[in-house]
Design a protein. Structure first.
Lengths: 280, 303
Protein backbone atom coordinates (compact mmCIF):
# COMPACT_ATOMS: atom_id res chain seq x y z
CA UNK A 1 0.00 0.00 0.00
CA UNK A 2 1.38 3.42 -0.88
CA UNK A 3 1.67 5.90 1.95
CA UNK A 4 0.91 9.50 1.10
CA UNK A 5 4.20 11.34 1.18
CA UNK A 6 3.25 14.73 2.61
CA UNK A 7 6.55 16.40 1.96
CA UNK A 8 6.53 15.50 -1.69
CA UNK A 9 2.90 16.49 -2.08
CA UNK A 10 3.49 19.86 -0.46
CA UNK A 11 6.54 20.40 -2.61
CA UNK A 12 4.57 19.72 -5.76
CA UNK A 13 1.72 21.92 -4.64
CA UNK A 14 4.01 24.85 -3.90
CA UNK A 15 5.69 24.32 -7.22
CA UNK A 16 2.34 24.39 -9.00
CA UNK A 17 1.23 27.52 -7.19
CA UNK A 18 4.49 29.24 -7.97
CA UNK A 19 4.32 28.36 -11.64
CA UNK A 20 0.72 29.45 -12.02
CA UNK A 21 1.19 32.80 -10.29
CA UNK A 22 4.33 33.40 -12.34
CA UNK A 23 2.44 32.75 -15.55
CA UNK A 24 -0.47 34.96 -14.55
CA UNK A 25 1.85 37.81 -13.64
CA UNK A 26 3.67 37.40 -16.90
CA UNK A 27 0.52 37.38 -18.98
CA UNK A 28 -1.27 40.14 -17.11
CA UNK A 29 -0.39 42.93 -19.54
CA UNK A 30 -1.42 40.72 -22.39
CA UNK A 31 -4.71 39.87 -20.70
CA UNK A 32 -5.27 43.56 -20.10
CA UNK A 33 -4.61 44.22 -23.76
CA UNK A 34 -7.06 41.52 -24.77
CA UNK A 35 -9.75 42.92 -22.49
CA UNK A 36 -9.13 46.37 -23.91
CA UNK A 37 -9.62 45.04 -27.40
CA UNK A 38 -13.12 43.85 -26.64
CA UNK A 39 -14.30 46.74 -24.48
CA UNK A 40 -16.84 49.21 -25.75
CA UNK A 41 -15.05 52.37 -26.82
CA UNK A 42 -16.08 54.55 -23.91
CA UNK A 43 -14.90 52.08 -21.29
CA UNK A 44 -11.26 52.12 -22.32
CA UNK A 45 -10.46 55.44 -20.70
CA UNK A 46 -12.58 54.97 -17.64
CA UNK A 47 -11.32 56.07 -14.27
CA UNK A 48 -10.81 54.05 -12.14
CA UNK A 49 -9.68 51.47 -14.64
CA UNK A 50 -12.37 49.00 -15.44
CA UNK A 51 -11.33 45.41 -15.95
CA UNK A 52 -14.27 43.42 -17.13
CA UNK A 53 -16.08 45.00 -20.06
CA UNK A 54 -19.81 45.36 -19.71
CA UNK A 55 -20.36 43.91 -23.13
CA UNK A 56 -18.20 42.43 -25.85
CA UNK A 57 -17.33 44.77 -28.66
CA UNK A 58 -15.75 43.37 -31.79
CA UNK A 59 -15.66 46.62 -33.67
CA UNK A 60 -11.94 47.04 -33.16
CA UNK A 61 -11.21 43.70 -34.75
CA UNK A 62 -13.35 44.65 -37.71
CA UNK A 63 -11.52 47.98 -37.96
CA UNK A 64 -8.18 46.26 -38.02
CA UNK A 65 -8.98 44.41 -41.20
CA UNK A 66 -11.13 47.00 -42.91
CA UNK A 67 -9.56 50.34 -42.06
CA UNK A 68 -6.09 48.98 -42.64
CA UNK A 69 -4.53 46.42 -44.93
CA UNK A 70 -3.82 44.11 -42.02
CA UNK A 71 -4.27 40.95 -44.06
CA UNK A 72 -1.46 42.13 -46.31
CA UNK A 73 0.73 42.96 -43.33
CA UNK A 74 0.28 39.46 -41.95
CA UNK A 75 1.17 37.81 -45.23
CA UNK A 76 4.20 40.03 -45.75
CA UNK A 77 5.49 39.38 -42.27
CA UNK A 78 4.96 35.65 -42.70
CA UNK A 79 6.81 35.41 -46.00
CA UNK A 80 9.74 37.54 -44.91
CA UNK A 81 10.13 35.83 -41.54
CA UNK A 82 9.79 32.25 -42.76
CA UNK A 83 12.23 32.59 -45.62
CA UNK A 84 14.74 34.55 -43.54
CA UNK A 85 14.63 31.96 -40.79
CA UNK A 86 15.10 28.95 -43.02
CA UNK A 87 17.98 30.43 -44.96
CA UNK A 88 19.78 31.80 -41.90
CA UNK A 89 19.58 28.44 -40.17
CA UNK A 90 21.03 26.68 -43.19
CA UNK A 91 23.76 29.20 -43.84
CA UNK A 92 24.46 29.64 -40.14
CA UNK A 93 24.61 25.95 -39.28
CA UNK A 94 27.02 25.33 -42.11
CA UNK A 95 29.36 28.08 -40.95
CA UNK A 96 28.90 27.10 -37.30
CA UNK A 97 29.91 23.50 -37.95
CA UNK A 98 33.01 24.61 -39.80
CA UNK A 99 33.99 26.91 -36.97
CA UNK A 100 33.24 24.48 -34.18
CA UNK A 101 34.60 21.26 -35.53
CA UNK A 102 36.95 21.64 -38.39
CA UNK A 103 40.59 22.42 -37.80
CA UNK A 104 41.83 25.32 -39.81
CA UNK A 105 43.89 28.41 -39.37
CA UNK A 106 42.07 31.58 -38.46
CA UNK A 107 39.32 29.62 -36.75
CA UNK A 108 39.17 31.71 -33.61
CA UNK A 109 39.75 34.93 -35.52
CA UNK A 110 36.68 34.28 -37.68
CA UNK A 111 34.49 33.75 -34.63
CA UNK A 112 35.69 36.99 -33.13
CA UNK A 113 35.19 38.89 -36.36
CA UNK A 114 31.66 37.55 -36.69
CA UNK A 115 30.95 38.57 -33.13
CA UNK A 116 32.50 41.96 -33.77
CA UNK A 117 30.21 42.55 -36.71
CA UNK A 118 27.16 41.89 -34.58
CA UNK A 119 28.23 44.46 -32.04
CA UNK A 120 27.57 47.37 -34.32
CA UNK A 121 24.46 49.41 -33.57
CA UNK A 122 21.93 49.04 -36.35
CA UNK A 123 20.96 52.69 -36.60
CA UNK A 124 24.36 53.42 -37.99
CA UNK A 125 23.88 50.94 -40.80
CA UNK A 126 20.55 52.35 -41.86
CA UNK A 127 21.47 54.99 -44.43
CA UNK A 128 24.27 53.13 -46.27
CA UNK A 129 22.03 50.06 -46.46
CA UNK A 130 19.09 52.09 -47.74
CA UNK A 131 21.17 53.54 -50.54
CA UNK A 132 22.60 50.11 -51.34
CA UNK A 133 19.13 48.55 -51.66
CA UNK A 134 17.84 51.50 -53.61
CA UNK A 135 20.56 51.11 -56.20
CA UNK A 136 19.77 47.44 -56.60
CA UNK A 137 16.06 48.28 -56.92
CA UNK A 138 15.33 46.09 -53.93
CA UNK A 139 13.27 48.56 -51.95
CA UNK A 140 9.67 47.50 -51.45
CA UNK A 141 10.55 43.92 -52.33
CA UNK A 142 10.68 40.88 -50.07
CA UNK A 143 14.34 40.36 -50.89
CA UNK A 144 15.05 43.86 -49.63
CA UNK A 145 14.13 42.83 -46.12
CA UNK A 146 15.08 39.16 -46.27
CA UNK A 147 18.72 39.76 -47.13
CA UNK A 148 19.42 42.16 -44.24
CA UNK A 149 17.40 39.98 -41.85
CA UNK A 150 19.42 36.90 -42.70
CA UNK A 151 22.61 38.85 -42.31
CA UNK A 152 21.67 40.16 -38.91
CA UNK A 153 20.50 36.78 -37.71
CA UNK A 154 23.78 35.16 -38.70
CA UNK A 155 26.19 36.20 -35.94
CA UNK A 156 23.94 35.06 -33.14
CA UNK A 157 22.83 31.89 -34.95
CA UNK A 158 26.41 30.97 -35.78
CA UNK A 159 27.62 31.54 -32.23
CA UNK A 160 24.75 29.63 -30.66
CA UNK A 161 25.02 26.69 -33.03
CA UNK A 162 28.80 26.61 -32.82
CA UNK A 163 28.37 26.43 -29.08
CA UNK A 164 26.00 23.48 -29.39
CA UNK A 165 28.15 21.68 -31.93
CA UNK A 166 31.21 22.01 -29.74
CA UNK A 167 29.39 20.38 -26.86
CA UNK A 168 28.52 17.27 -28.84
CA UNK A 169 30.62 14.19 -28.10
CA UNK A 170 32.93 13.35 -30.93
CA UNK A 171 31.98 9.69 -30.90
CA UNK A 172 29.28 10.05 -33.53
CA UNK A 173 31.55 11.71 -36.04
CA UNK A 174 34.38 9.29 -35.42
CA UNK A 175 32.08 6.34 -35.88
CA UNK A 176 30.80 7.81 -39.12
CA UNK A 177 34.27 8.49 -40.41
CA UNK A 178 35.26 4.93 -39.74
CA UNK A 179 32.24 3.92 -41.74
CA UNK A 180 33.54 6.01 -44.60
CA UNK A 181 31.42 9.17 -44.61
CA UNK A 182 32.90 12.43 -45.77
CA UNK A 183 32.51 15.67 -43.86
CA UNK A 184 29.51 16.81 -45.85
CA UNK A 185 27.58 13.66 -45.11
CA UNK A 186 28.55 13.79 -41.46
CA UNK A 187 27.20 17.30 -41.31
CA UNK A 188 23.91 16.68 -43.08
CA UNK A 189 23.00 13.25 -41.78
CA UNK A 190 24.40 13.22 -38.29
CA UNK A 191 25.31 16.55 -36.76
CA UNK A 192 22.33 18.57 -37.93
CA UNK A 193 19.74 16.12 -36.64
CA UNK A 194 21.69 15.82 -33.39
CA UNK A 195 21.33 19.44 -32.47
CA UNK A 196 17.71 19.58 -33.60
CA UNK A 197 16.42 20.84 -30.25
CA UNK A 198 18.92 23.66 -30.39
CA UNK A 199 18.21 24.35 -34.06
CA UNK A 200 14.53 24.76 -33.34
CA UNK A 201 15.27 27.08 -30.45
CA UNK A 202 17.54 29.21 -32.60
CA UNK A 203 15.02 29.08 -35.46
CA UNK A 204 12.22 30.27 -33.22
CA UNK A 205 14.35 33.12 -31.93
CA UNK A 206 15.31 34.20 -35.43
CA UNK A 207 11.71 33.98 -36.63
CA UNK A 208 10.40 36.12 -33.82
CA UNK A 209 13.19 38.66 -34.29
CA UNK A 210 12.31 38.96 -37.96
CA UNK A 211 8.58 39.15 -37.28
CA UNK A 212 9.10 41.98 -34.78
CA UNK A 213 11.76 43.95 -36.56
CA UNK A 214 10.84 47.60 -36.91
CA UNK A 215 13.61 49.92 -38.06
CA UNK A 216 14.46 48.35 -41.40
CA UNK A 217 10.84 47.42 -42.06
CA UNK A 218 9.69 50.98 -41.78
CA UNK A 219 12.61 52.33 -43.79
CA UNK A 220 12.74 49.88 -46.67
CA UNK A 221 9.04 49.17 -47.26
CA UNK A 222 7.26 52.39 -48.04
CA UNK A 223 4.29 51.06 -49.95
CA UNK A 224 1.43 50.27 -47.61
CA UNK A 225 0.59 46.87 -49.07
CA UNK A 226 4.18 45.72 -48.60
CA UNK A 227 4.41 46.68 -44.95
CA UNK A 228 4.99 44.23 -42.16
CA UNK A 229 2.95 43.86 -39.00
CA UNK A 230 4.92 45.95 -36.44
CA UNK A 231 5.10 48.88 -38.80
CA UNK A 232 1.44 48.50 -39.69
CA UNK A 233 0.39 48.68 -36.06
CA UNK A 234 2.64 51.61 -35.24
CA UNK A 235 1.13 53.57 -38.10
CA UNK A 236 -2.40 53.20 -36.78
CA UNK A 237 -1.77 56.46 -34.98
CA UNK A 238 -3.46 59.38 -36.60
CA UNK A 239 -2.50 62.97 -36.05
CA UNK A 240 -4.99 63.40 -33.27
CA UNK A 241 -4.98 60.32 -31.16
CA UNK A 242 -3.80 56.79 -30.59
CA UNK A 243 -6.66 54.40 -31.32
CA UNK A 244 -5.97 52.18 -28.32
CA UNK A 245 -8.85 49.86 -29.15
CA UNK A 246 -7.64 49.15 -32.67
CA UNK A 247 -4.05 48.82 -31.49
CA UNK A 248 -5.07 46.35 -28.82
CA UNK A 249 -7.03 44.26 -31.30
CA UNK A 250 -4.17 44.34 -33.81
CA UNK A 251 -1.70 43.28 -31.12
CA UNK A 252 -3.81 40.25 -30.32
CA UNK A 253 -4.17 39.31 -33.98
CA UNK A 254 -0.45 39.76 -34.57
CA UNK A 255 0.54 37.65 -31.61
CA UNK A 256 -1.76 34.68 -32.22
CA UNK A 257 0.36 33.20 -35.08
CA UNK A 258 3.42 33.38 -32.87
CA UNK A 259 1.65 31.62 -30.03
CA UNK A 260 0.45 28.93 -32.40
CA UNK A 261 3.96 28.50 -33.74
CA UNK A 262 5.42 28.18 -30.30
CA UNK A 263 2.79 25.67 -29.25
CA UNK A 264 3.49 23.56 -32.32
CA UNK A 265 7.25 23.64 -32.06
CA UNK A 266 7.78 23.60 -28.35
CA UNK A 267 7.83 19.84 -28.22
CA UNK A 268 10.61 19.73 -30.78
CA UNK A 269 12.64 21.72 -28.34
CA UNK A 270 12.70 18.61 -26.30
CA UNK A 271 15.32 17.09 -24.11
CA UNK A 272 17.34 14.19 -25.10
CA UNK A 273 20.14 13.23 -27.25
CA UNK A 274 19.23 9.95 -28.79
CA UNK A 275 20.99 7.48 -26.65
CA UNK A 276 21.86 4.39 -28.53
CA UNK A 277 23.45 6.30 -31.33
CA UNK A 278 26.80 5.12 -30.14
CA UNK A 279 26.12 2.47 -27.57
CA UNK A 280 23.37 0.66 -29.38
CA UNK B 1 46.71 16.46 -32.24
CA UNK B 2 50.27 17.60 -32.80
CA UNK B 3 50.67 20.67 -34.92
CA UNK B 4 53.48 20.37 -37.42
CA UNK B 5 54.64 23.11 -39.73
CA UNK B 6 53.55 21.38 -42.89
CA UNK B 7 49.85 20.73 -43.18
CA UNK B 8 48.92 17.15 -43.77
CA UNK B 9 46.63 16.41 -46.66
CA UNK B 10 43.85 15.74 -44.20
CA UNK B 11 44.29 19.17 -42.70
CA UNK B 12 44.34 20.77 -46.11
CA UNK B 13 41.08 19.03 -46.94
CA UNK B 14 39.51 20.15 -43.73
CA UNK B 15 40.59 23.70 -44.27
CA UNK B 16 39.09 23.73 -47.72
CA UNK B 17 35.83 22.19 -46.54
CA UNK B 18 35.67 24.67 -43.72
CA UNK B 19 36.02 27.66 -45.99
CA UNK B 20 33.45 26.29 -48.40
CA UNK B 21 31.00 25.84 -45.56
CA UNK B 22 31.56 29.35 -44.34
CA UNK B 23 31.38 31.11 -47.68
CA UNK B 24 27.65 31.90 -47.93
CA UNK B 25 27.69 33.42 -44.46
CA UNK B 26 30.81 35.42 -45.18
CA UNK B 27 29.48 36.85 -48.43
CA UNK B 28 26.28 38.06 -46.79
CA UNK B 29 28.11 39.48 -43.82
CA UNK B 30 30.64 41.44 -45.85
CA UNK B 31 28.10 42.91 -48.23
CA UNK B 32 25.42 43.94 -45.79
CA UNK B 33 27.29 44.73 -42.65
CA UNK B 34 30.95 45.35 -43.30
CA UNK B 35 30.40 48.06 -45.87
CA UNK B 36 28.04 50.19 -43.70
CA UNK B 37 30.30 49.71 -40.69
CA UNK B 38 33.36 50.88 -42.55
CA UNK B 39 31.40 53.84 -43.88
CA UNK B 40 30.28 54.80 -40.37
CA UNK B 41 33.85 54.73 -39.09
CA UNK B 42 34.88 56.90 -42.00
CA UNK B 43 32.07 59.38 -41.37
CA UNK B 44 32.98 59.69 -37.70
CA UNK B 45 36.22 61.37 -38.66
CA UNK B 46 34.47 64.02 -40.71
CA UNK B 47 32.47 67.09 -40.00
CA UNK B 48 29.27 66.26 -41.79
CA UNK B 49 26.13 68.20 -41.09
CA UNK B 50 23.62 67.93 -43.92
CA UNK B 51 22.27 71.32 -42.97
CA UNK B 52 25.54 72.93 -44.02
CA UNK B 53 26.26 71.26 -47.35
CA UNK B 54 28.62 73.94 -48.49
CA UNK B 55 31.35 73.05 -46.00
CA UNK B 56 32.38 70.16 -48.21
CA UNK B 57 32.35 67.82 -45.20
CA UNK B 58 36.01 68.19 -44.21
CA UNK B 59 38.11 65.60 -42.49
CA UNK B 60 38.58 66.61 -38.88
CA UNK B 61 40.36 63.68 -37.37
CA UNK B 62 39.55 62.92 -33.78
CA UNK B 63 37.75 66.21 -33.10
CA UNK B 64 34.36 64.52 -32.89
CA UNK B 65 35.68 62.04 -30.36
CA UNK B 66 37.14 64.81 -28.23
CA UNK B 67 33.75 66.47 -28.36
CA UNK B 68 32.13 63.48 -26.68
CA UNK B 69 34.17 64.00 -23.54
CA UNK B 70 33.03 67.59 -23.19
CA UNK B 71 29.44 66.81 -24.14
CA UNK B 72 27.68 66.40 -20.81
CA UNK B 73 24.61 65.00 -22.51
CA UNK B 74 26.71 62.23 -24.02
CA UNK B 75 28.36 61.34 -20.72
CA UNK B 76 25.10 61.22 -18.80
CA UNK B 77 23.63 59.09 -21.58
CA UNK B 78 26.53 56.66 -21.29
CA UNK B 79 25.96 56.37 -17.56
CA UNK B 80 22.24 55.85 -18.00
CA UNK B 81 22.78 53.21 -20.68
CA UNK B 82 25.28 51.35 -18.48
CA UNK B 83 22.92 51.42 -15.50
CA UNK B 84 20.01 50.24 -17.59
CA UNK B 85 22.08 47.45 -19.13
CA UNK B 86 23.43 46.22 -15.81
CA UNK B 87 20.12 46.08 -14.00
CA UNK B 88 18.08 44.57 -16.81
CA UNK B 89 20.66 41.90 -17.63
CA UNK B 90 21.05 40.78 -14.03
CA UNK B 91 17.29 40.59 -13.45
CA UNK B 92 16.69 38.83 -16.75
CA UNK B 93 19.38 36.29 -16.03
CA UNK B 94 17.90 35.36 -12.68
CA UNK B 95 14.33 35.19 -13.90
CA UNK B 96 15.28 33.56 -17.18
CA UNK B 97 17.32 30.88 -15.44
CA UNK B 98 14.50 30.11 -13.04
CA UNK B 99 12.04 29.89 -15.91
CA UNK B 100 14.39 27.68 -17.92
CA UNK B 101 14.78 25.28 -15.02
CA UNK B 102 11.02 25.08 -14.68
CA UNK B 103 10.50 24.50 -18.39
CA UNK B 104 13.20 21.84 -18.44
CA UNK B 105 11.56 19.90 -15.66
CA UNK B 106 9.01 17.47 -16.95
CA UNK B 107 5.52 18.18 -15.76
CA UNK B 108 2.07 18.17 -17.24
CA UNK B 109 1.10 21.24 -19.19
CA UNK B 110 4.76 21.99 -19.80
CA UNK B 111 4.07 22.90 -23.41
CA UNK B 112 1.48 25.47 -22.47
CA UNK B 113 3.80 26.98 -19.90
CA UNK B 114 6.56 27.29 -22.46
CA UNK B 115 4.24 28.96 -24.95
CA UNK B 116 2.90 31.30 -22.27
CA UNK B 117 6.37 32.32 -21.19
CA UNK B 118 7.32 33.24 -24.74
CA UNK B 119 4.35 35.53 -25.33
CA UNK B 120 5.81 38.73 -23.86
CA UNK B 121 8.82 38.41 -26.06
CA UNK B 122 6.77 37.57 -29.12
CA UNK B 123 5.02 40.92 -29.16
CA UNK B 124 6.89 43.51 -31.25
CA UNK B 125 8.90 45.90 -29.07
CA UNK B 126 7.25 49.00 -30.41
CA UNK B 127 3.84 47.53 -29.67
CA UNK B 128 4.75 46.38 -26.14
CA UNK B 129 6.25 49.77 -25.42
CA UNK B 130 2.96 51.40 -26.39
CA UNK B 131 1.02 48.83 -24.41
CA UNK B 132 3.07 49.44 -21.26
CA UNK B 133 2.94 53.18 -21.78
CA UNK B 134 -0.81 52.85 -21.51
CA UNK B 135 -0.39 50.66 -18.43
CA UNK B 136 1.71 53.34 -16.71
CA UNK B 137 -0.78 56.05 -17.60
CA UNK B 138 -1.34 58.33 -14.65
CA UNK B 139 -5.10 58.40 -14.99
CA UNK B 140 -6.40 55.10 -16.22
CA UNK B 141 -3.43 52.81 -16.28
CA UNK B 142 -3.46 49.26 -14.98
CA UNK B 143 -0.25 49.75 -12.96
CA UNK B 144 -1.72 52.52 -10.84
CA UNK B 145 -4.96 50.62 -10.50
CA UNK B 146 -3.42 47.45 -9.13
CA UNK B 147 -0.99 49.18 -6.79
CA UNK B 148 -3.79 51.36 -5.49
CA UNK B 149 -6.08 48.42 -4.87
CA UNK B 150 -3.30 46.58 -3.04
CA UNK B 151 -2.77 49.71 -0.93
CA UNK B 152 0.85 49.97 -1.99
CA UNK B 153 0.36 53.57 -3.10
CA UNK B 154 -2.06 56.11 -1.69
CA UNK B 155 -2.86 57.82 -4.93
CA UNK B 156 -2.22 57.43 -8.63
CA UNK B 157 1.28 58.45 -9.70
CA UNK B 158 2.53 59.95 -12.91
CA UNK B 159 5.23 57.36 -13.37
CA UNK B 160 6.57 58.52 -16.66
CA UNK B 161 7.19 62.10 -15.61
CA UNK B 162 9.98 61.54 -13.11
CA UNK B 163 13.51 60.27 -13.63
CA UNK B 164 13.25 57.39 -11.20
CA UNK B 165 9.73 56.52 -12.25
CA UNK B 166 10.67 56.39 -15.90
CA UNK B 167 13.77 54.31 -15.18
CA UNK B 168 11.73 51.81 -13.20
CA UNK B 169 9.06 51.71 -15.89
CA UNK B 170 11.61 50.98 -18.60
CA UNK B 171 13.34 48.30 -16.55
CA UNK B 172 10.10 46.52 -15.71
CA UNK B 173 8.97 46.54 -19.32
CA UNK B 174 12.30 45.31 -20.61
CA UNK B 175 12.56 42.56 -18.01
CA UNK B 176 9.00 41.48 -18.76
CA UNK B 177 9.73 41.37 -22.43
CA UNK B 178 13.18 39.84 -22.52
CA UNK B 179 13.35 37.29 -19.70
CA UNK B 180 11.64 34.77 -22.01
CA UNK B 181 14.43 35.22 -24.53
CA UNK B 182 17.04 34.49 -21.88
CA UNK B 183 14.95 31.58 -20.66
CA UNK B 184 14.86 30.05 -24.13
CA UNK B 185 18.60 30.36 -24.64
CA UNK B 186 19.38 28.90 -21.24
CA UNK B 187 16.82 26.16 -21.80
CA UNK B 188 18.58 25.13 -24.99
CA UNK B 189 21.79 24.88 -22.99
CA UNK B 190 20.09 22.85 -20.28
CA UNK B 191 18.69 20.49 -22.89
CA UNK B 192 22.20 19.59 -23.93
CA UNK B 193 22.89 17.98 -20.58
CA UNK B 194 22.16 14.28 -20.90
CA UNK B 195 19.69 13.11 -18.31
CA UNK B 196 21.71 9.98 -17.57
CA UNK B 197 24.25 11.84 -15.53
CA UNK B 198 21.50 13.06 -13.22
CA UNK B 199 20.36 9.48 -12.84
CA UNK B 200 23.76 8.25 -11.80
CA UNK B 201 24.16 11.18 -9.45
CA UNK B 202 20.85 10.42 -7.83
CA UNK B 203 21.86 6.80 -7.44
CA UNK B 204 25.06 7.96 -5.83
CA UNK B 205 22.98 9.87 -3.32
CA UNK B 206 23.24 13.49 -4.44
CA UNK B 207 20.28 15.67 -3.46
CA UNK B 208 18.63 18.38 -5.58
CA UNK B 209 20.84 21.22 -4.40
CA UNK B 210 24.03 19.25 -4.89
CA UNK B 211 22.98 18.13 -8.33
CA UNK B 212 22.27 21.72 -9.25
CA UNK B 213 25.44 23.24 -7.86
CA UNK B 214 27.95 20.64 -8.97
CA UNK B 215 26.39 19.40 -12.18
CA UNK B 216 23.89 21.78 -13.75
CA UNK B 217 25.76 25.01 -13.14
CA UNK B 218 29.16 24.04 -14.54
CA UNK B 219 27.63 22.29 -17.56
CA UNK B 220 25.38 25.17 -18.47
CA UNK B 221 28.00 27.81 -17.79
CA UNK B 222 29.06 28.18 -21.39
CA UNK B 223 25.53 28.52 -22.78
CA UNK B 224 24.69 30.92 -19.97
CA UNK B 225 27.66 33.12 -20.77
CA UNK B 226 26.85 33.18 -24.49
CA UNK B 227 23.26 34.12 -23.68
CA UNK B 228 24.46 36.83 -21.31
CA UNK B 229 26.87 38.14 -23.90
CA UNK B 230 24.23 38.62 -26.55
CA UNK B 231 21.74 39.99 -24.10
CA UNK B 232 24.20 42.57 -22.78
CA UNK B 233 25.07 43.70 -26.28
CA UNK B 234 21.39 44.11 -27.10
CA UNK B 235 20.65 45.91 -23.84
CA UNK B 236 23.35 48.46 -24.41
CA UNK B 237 21.95 49.25 -27.85
CA UNK B 238 18.40 49.79 -26.57
CA UNK B 239 16.43 52.01 -28.91
CA UNK B 240 12.87 50.95 -29.77
CA UNK B 241 11.68 50.73 -26.18
CA UNK B 242 12.99 54.11 -25.12
CA UNK B 243 12.05 55.86 -28.32
CA UNK B 244 8.42 54.80 -28.03
CA UNK B 245 7.91 54.95 -24.27
CA UNK B 246 9.74 58.08 -23.14
CA UNK B 247 11.46 59.49 -26.20
CA UNK B 248 14.52 59.87 -24.02
CA UNK B 249 12.89 62.31 -21.60
CA UNK B 250 13.57 62.51 -17.86
CA UNK B 251 17.09 61.25 -18.01
CA UNK B 252 16.25 58.12 -19.96
CA UNK B 253 18.04 58.91 -23.19
CA UNK B 254 20.18 55.99 -24.26
CA UNK B 255 23.29 56.30 -26.42
CA UNK B 256 21.47 54.86 -29.42
CA UNK B 257 18.61 57.30 -29.09
CA UNK B 258 21.05 60.22 -28.89
CA UNK B 259 22.94 59.00 -31.94
CA UNK B 260 19.69 58.63 -33.85
CA UNK B 261 18.58 62.14 -32.88
CA UNK B 262 21.93 63.59 -33.94
CA UNK B 263 21.66 61.93 -37.33
CA UNK B 264 17.98 62.19 -38.12
CA UNK B 265 16.89 65.33 -36.29
CA UNK B 266 20.01 67.51 -36.35
CA UNK B 267 21.26 65.91 -39.56
CA UNK B 268 24.70 65.81 -37.97
CA UNK B 269 25.99 62.64 -39.56
CA UNK B 270 29.56 63.22 -38.49
CA UNK B 271 28.94 63.44 -34.76
CA UNK B 272 26.13 60.89 -34.92
CA UNK B 273 28.48 58.38 -36.49
CA UNK B 274 31.01 59.11 -33.77
CA UNK B 275 28.42 58.27 -31.14
CA UNK B 276 27.62 55.06 -32.97
CA UNK B 277 31.28 54.14 -32.97
CA UNK B 278 31.46 54.88 -29.23
CA UNK B 279 28.59 52.46 -28.67
CA UNK B 280 30.54 49.90 -30.61
CA UNK B 281 33.73 50.51 -28.63
CA UNK B 282 32.01 50.14 -25.29
CA UNK B 283 30.24 46.99 -26.43
CA UNK B 284 33.55 45.65 -27.68
CA UNK B 285 35.16 46.16 -24.29
CA UNK B 286 32.23 44.45 -22.57
CA UNK B 287 32.53 41.51 -24.96
CA UNK B 288 36.22 41.13 -24.25
CA UNK B 289 35.41 40.83 -20.57
CA UNK B 290 32.82 38.16 -21.27
CA UNK B 291 35.09 36.27 -23.62
CA UNK B 292 37.78 36.02 -21.01
CA UNK B 293 35.25 34.10 -18.95
CA UNK B 294 34.07 31.89 -21.77
CA UNK B 295 37.69 30.99 -22.26
CA UNK B 296 37.70 31.27 -26.00
CA UNK B 297 37.60 27.53 -26.46
CA UNK B 298 34.36 27.72 -28.36
CA UNK B 299 36.07 26.36 -31.43
CA UNK B 300 37.77 23.03 -31.87
CA UNK B 301 38.03 21.26 -28.59
CA UNK B 302 41.10 19.37 -27.76
CA UNK B 303 39.79 16.37 -25.89
Amino acid sequence: MRKLNWKKFLGKLLFGVFVISFIILLLLPFIWQFLTSIKPLDEIAEIPAKWIPSKINIQFYINVFTKHKFGHYLINSAIVSIISTIISIMVGASAAYALARLHFKGNRVMLMVILGISMFPTIATLSPLYLFLKNLKLLNTYAGLIIPYITFALPMSIWLMANFFSQMPRDFEEAAEIDGCNRGQIFMKIMLPLIKPATFSVGLLVFINCWNEYLYAISFMTKDEMRTVPVGIALFATNYQLPWGDIAAATIVATIPLIVLVLIFQNKIVAGLTTGGVKG
Amino acid sequence: MKKTKKMTRRQKNETRTAWIMMTPALILLSLITVYPIVRTFWLSFHEMNLKHPNTGYPFIGLANYAKIFTDSRATSDIIFTLEFTLITVVLEMIIGFAAALIMNYGFRGRGLVRAAVLIPWAIPTSVSAMMWKFIYNDQYGMFNDILYRLHIISKYQAWLSTNSGSFMALVITDVWKTSPYMALLILAGLQLIPSEIYESARIDGANVLQRFTYMTLPLVKRSLLVALLFRTLDAFRVFDLISVMTGGANGTESMAVYAYKQMMNFLNFGYGSTLAVMIFVIIFIISLIYLSFIGGSLSVQED
